[in-house]
Design a protein around this ligand. Structure first.
Ligand SMILES: [Zn+2]
Length: 307
C-alpha cells in the first residue's frame, strides 16, 4: 500500500456490499454503485455527518462490553476460520436492524468481524465493516469506539493523517466513561507511534488505576513509553502490575504482537524464569492460543488489545 492510497483515508468511503459483503469504495455523497464483486446495484445514502444526527439517551457501560458480546456468541477461544462465518452471519443480520438493543448486536458483531479481517490481513474489509456500522449505529458511543478501532488500524499501517481524521470524529461528552477511556487510549496509541512518550503518560493512568476494556492496551503503551524515556524501573513495575491484573499471556502476548516494551518483557521473562522454572515451562494452552493469535488465528482477547 503506497502513501498515495491509504486504506483508511477519511476523504473516501468504504462500505460493505449489502448483498455479498465485499468492500466497495463509494462516493461521500452517495448514489447508485454497482458492486464490483456480485454486481448488485447498491443505493448508498450520503455520508452522515456527526453533528446533524439525532441523539438518543446515553447507554450504560454494559452497552460497550465487547467481552460479554464475545461470550454470548460462544466463539471465545476458537480459531478465526470457525468464528468468522458466525460473526459474518451475526453482522449481516444486525446491519439490517441496526437499532435493535440500541445497536449492541451490530456494534459487537462489527468489532469481532473487523478484528477477524484485521487478523487475516484484509484491511479494506476491516475498514468497510467498521465504516458501514459507524454510519448505521444510533448510539454516539458505539460510533466513537468503532472510530477508535479505525484510527488504531490506520495508525498501525502508518496512516497517521487518516488515524487523526477518524479520531477527530470522536466526542465522548455526556457518555459512559468507558467511551472516554477508549478515546484516551487511542490517542495514546497514536502518541506512542509518533514518539510522544511523555504525552502517553499524561493520557493513560498507571496500571493500578486503569479500568475498562482498554486498560490492558493502555498499560502496554505506558510500559513502552516509560521504557522509551529511559525509566526502565518504572516500566518493569508497571509490567508486573499489568500482568497481575490482566494475565501474563494476554499482556506479554499482545505486547509482542504490538512490539511494545521489549526490554521490560525480556527482564520479566528472565526474572521469572530464574525464580520459578515451572512458570516458563512448556507451552500452556494459553500461550499456544497467543501464538495462534500472532499468526492471525484465534478470537480471544483481541478487542481492546490491538495497538
Ligand atoms: Zn456484492
Amino acid at each position: 500500500m503506497t502513501s498515495a492510497s491509504p486504506v483508511f483515508d477519511f476523504a473516501v468511503r468504504a462500505i460493505a456490499c449489502i448483498n455479498c459483503g465485499a468492500p466497495q469504495r463509494v462516493p461521500p455523497g452517495g448514489g447508485t454503485v454497482e458492486c464490483g464483486h456480485c454486481r448488485s446495484a447498491l443505493v448508498i445514502e450520503p455520508r452522515r455527518v456527526e453533528s446533524t444526527r439525532s441523539e438518543p439517551a446515553p447507554l450504560p457501560a454494559s452497552a460497550y462490553d465487547l467481552e460479554a458480546f464475545l461470550r454470548s456468541t460462544g466463539c471465545e477461544g476458537k480459531p478465526w476460520s470457525e468464528t468468522l462465518p458466525v460473526f459474518r452471519a451475526a453482522w449481516n443480520e444486525a446491519r439490517r436492524q441496526p437499532g435493535v438493543e440500541g445497536g449492541y448486536r451490530l456494534y459487537g458483531a462489527t468489532a469481532m468481524l473487523a478484528t477477524g479481517h484485521g487478523a487475516q490481513g484484509d484491511q479494506l474489509a476491516r475498514r468497510a465493516v467498521l465504516e458501514t456500522a459507524v454510519e448505521l449505529l444510533p448510539d454516539r458511543g458505539h460510533r466513537c469506539i468503532l472510530r477508535c478501532h479505525l484510527a488504531r488500524a490506520a495508525n498501525r499501517l502508518g496512516e497517521r493523517e487518516a488515524a487523526l481524521a477518524w479520531l477527530g470524529q470522536c466526542d465522548a461528552t455526556g457518555l459512559a466513561e468507558v467511551v472516554a477511556d477508549e478515546i484516551r487510549v487511542t490517542k495514546a496509541s497514536l502518541a506512542n507511534a509518533a514518539g510522544h512518550h511523555a504525552r502517553v503518560l499524561e493520557l493513560v493512568p498507571p496500571a493500578q488505576q486503569a479500568t475498562g476494556a482498554s486498560a490492558s492496551l493502555g498499560a502496554q503503551l505506558r510500559i513502552d513509553s516509560l521504557e522509551s524515556l529511559g525509566r526502565d524501573d518504572e516500566a518493569r513495575q508497571e509490567l508486573e502490575i499489568a500482568i497481575e491484573r490482566h494475565g501474563r499471556e494476554v499482556v506479554l502476548g499482545w505486547m509482542a504482537v504490538n512490539e511494545l516494551g521489549p526490554r521490560s518483557r525480556a527482564a520479566f521473562t528472565t526474572v521469572h524464569t530464574t525464580a520459578s522454572p515451572r512458570s516458563s515451562a512448556p507451552m500452556t494452552v494459553a500461550i499456544v492460543l497467543v501464538l495462534l493469535a500472532l499468526a492471525g488465528g484465534v478470537a480471544i482477547w483481541v478487542l481492546a488489545a490491538i495497538n
